[in-house]
Write a protein that binds this ligand. Structure first.
Ligand code: FAD
Ligand code: SF4
Length: 476
């Protein structure tokens, strides 16, 4: 039965049931269980189906949110999933990891008085329903165009671009440096936030579309882009290699045994299954007392992995206050529940050596918030004389990452921005080199899954046009 407007405004949001904190802190299974069909209908029935749906403009790829809400209300779950997929090829991923609180859900009118519609949870529900009940729909493929495109990097941006290009009839090869495709979705975001089965299904799908996957292939080392374009038979290239080079603190002791970048730590744990040692051979230092340094999603993921692989105590050290943390609120909440101790307004100043080259502690200084800086946040300022030490045997700097120069240094003619990111024409993704396009984190710096997917889609359209005319010039 349709709810009245007043009922919609006052009805409580249906939260997803979750594994209890003490149980999940010892396993890698997904934290929330997901909605049942009844729960999904109940939550969707709060949607007012606004004529000017602001939520839609909050989504970087403009998913037809009211459209898929209506289909859920009518219990047409498969159709609801297809509606989402018109704009977003990876709803099971985005429903789980999009920062909805800053995107679609932040614009929902119900959020003014109460909680916004749980758009992400519902997107996840319809995608899981399709995976469970529906058959993988392989669309009819268009006539081959005879054009060949190389996509470098199989993260969300590369996957999206490859699918769209294949659907336009081009022959696509997806080159990936790692032995498993998926980019950060596979090597960075842990299983308990994004089960790897979901990414594997997407990869199965792209293989069924005829896209060739070449794994263990580092472009810039094994082949250069020039080799692919001249002699390799490719008519265009899309570089979507992410921003995977970790940043460090630059403080004394960072080379001690026991200090490991979040990037390496998560890659060992997720991609190389180190948490299943000795079943998998990859070693990881579990640590008794672990400190994670940073306040973003990567820091939160590292701290929650450390708890799960058996650390007795995990600190999360962040130089600003909780309000300034860039991590998703839900992840911070989960981390609190799982027993991670947050040390806010605290900055590490040196790692301490046990005399044998091993880490045995970290010296920190307390901070206070001063003037607002260029990022719009209050600048943390050290409080003189407030130094203190804590005992730790593993430290995980999670301070963000930057562009890896491995590929770009083999292409001196490519124009780069200050941070080493590739400069592109905003609308098309065309770089300073003809026929070479770029998108995702390697252009924007670390961003989000959905923004990389948006770039993949826009660039696929542009490559399509380019392949028709082939006489574009780059303009910045
Ligand atoms: P990536 O996903 O980085 O993929 C790039 C791929 O290119 C990789 O597979 C890499 O191996 C490959 N590659 C690199 N160089 C080469 C080469 N020379 N030759 C061949 N292949 C190469 N975003 C969210 O929206 N929500 C979240 O909750 C979230 N959590 C995150 C947690 C972690 C731990 C991390 C690291 C990031 C997180 N992000 C999150 C950010 C998000 O994952 C990225 O913005 C997104 O994955 C970028 O996509 P991409 O396709 O540009 O690159
Ligand atoms: Fe919201 Fe992300 Fe889905 Fe867009 S793709 S509707 S931002 S959850």
């Amino acid at each position: 039965m349709e709810l009245s407007t007043a009922e919609k405004e006052t009805k409580k949001r249906v939260d997803m049931r979750e594994q209890p904190p003490l149980v999940r802190a010892r396993n890698f299974l997904e934290v929330p269980y997901g909605y049942t069909p009844d729960e999904a209908v109940e939550e969707a029935s709060r949607c007012k189906t606004c004529k000017k749906a602001a939520c839609r403009t909050g989504c970087p790829v403009e998913v037809d949110i009211p459209g898929f809400m209506d289909l859920i209300k009518e219990k047409k779950f498969l159709e609801a999933c297809y509606k989402v997929k018109e704009k977003n090829a990876l709803p099971a991923v985005c429903g789980r990891v999009c920062p909805q609180e800053n995107q679609c859900e932040s614009r929902c009118l119900l959020g003014k008085k109460g909680k916004p519609i749980a758009i992400g949870n519902l997107e996840r529900f319809v995608a899981d329903y399709e995976a469970d009940k529906g058959e993988m729909k392989i669309p009819g493929m268009p006539k081959p165009t005879g054009r060949k495109v190389a996509v470098i990097g199989s993260g969300p941006g590369g996957l999206t671009c490859a699918v769209d290009l294949a659907m336009s009839g081009h022959t696509v090869t997806l080159f990936e440096a790692f032995h498993d495709p998926g980019g950060v979705l596979i090597y960075g975001i842990p299983e308990f936030r994004l089960p790897k089965e979901i990414v594997k299904k997407e990869v199965e799908y792209i293989k069924k579309l005829g896209i060739e996957l070449r794994l263990n292939t580092v472009i810039g080392k094994l082949h250069t882009i020039d080799e692919l374009l001249n002699g390799g038979g490719y008519d265009a290239c899309f570089i979507c290699t992410g921003a995977g080079l970790p940043m460090f603190l630059g403080i004394p002791g960072e080379n001690l045994n026991g200090v490991c970048s979040a990037n390496e730590y998560l890659t060992r744990a997720n991609l190389m299954k180190a948490y299943l040692f000795p079943e998998y051979e990859t070693p990881i230092k579990k640590g008794k007392e672990v400190a994670v340094l940073g306040g973003g999603n990567v820091a939160m993921d590292s701290a929650r992995v450390a708890v799960r692989i058996g650390a007795e105590k995990v600190y999360l050290i962040y130089r600003r206050s909780e309000a300034e943390m860039p991590a998703r609120k839900a992840e911070v909440h989960h981390a609190h529940e799982e027993g991670i101790e947050f040390l806010f307004l605290t900055n590490p100043i040196r790692f301490i050596d046990d005399g044998k080259g091993n880490l045995c502690g970290v010296e920190c200084i307390k901070m206070e918030l001063g003037e607002t800086d260029e990022s719009g946040r209050k600048r943390p300022v050290p409080i003189k004389g407030s130094e203190f030490q804590i005992e730790i045997d593993v430290a995980i700097p999670a301070l963000g990452s930057k562009a890896n120069p491995l590929l770009t240094k083999t292409m001196p003619e490519l124009t780069l921005n200050k941070g080493g990111y590739i400069a592109t024409d905003e609308g098309t993704g065309m770089t300073s080199k003809k026929g070479v396009f770029a998108g995702g984190d390697i252009v924007t710096g670390s961003a989000t899954v959905i923004s990389a997917m948006g770039a993949g889609r826009r660039t696929a359209n542009a490559i399509n046009e380019y392949l028709k005319w082939k006489h574009w010039d780059y303009q910045q």
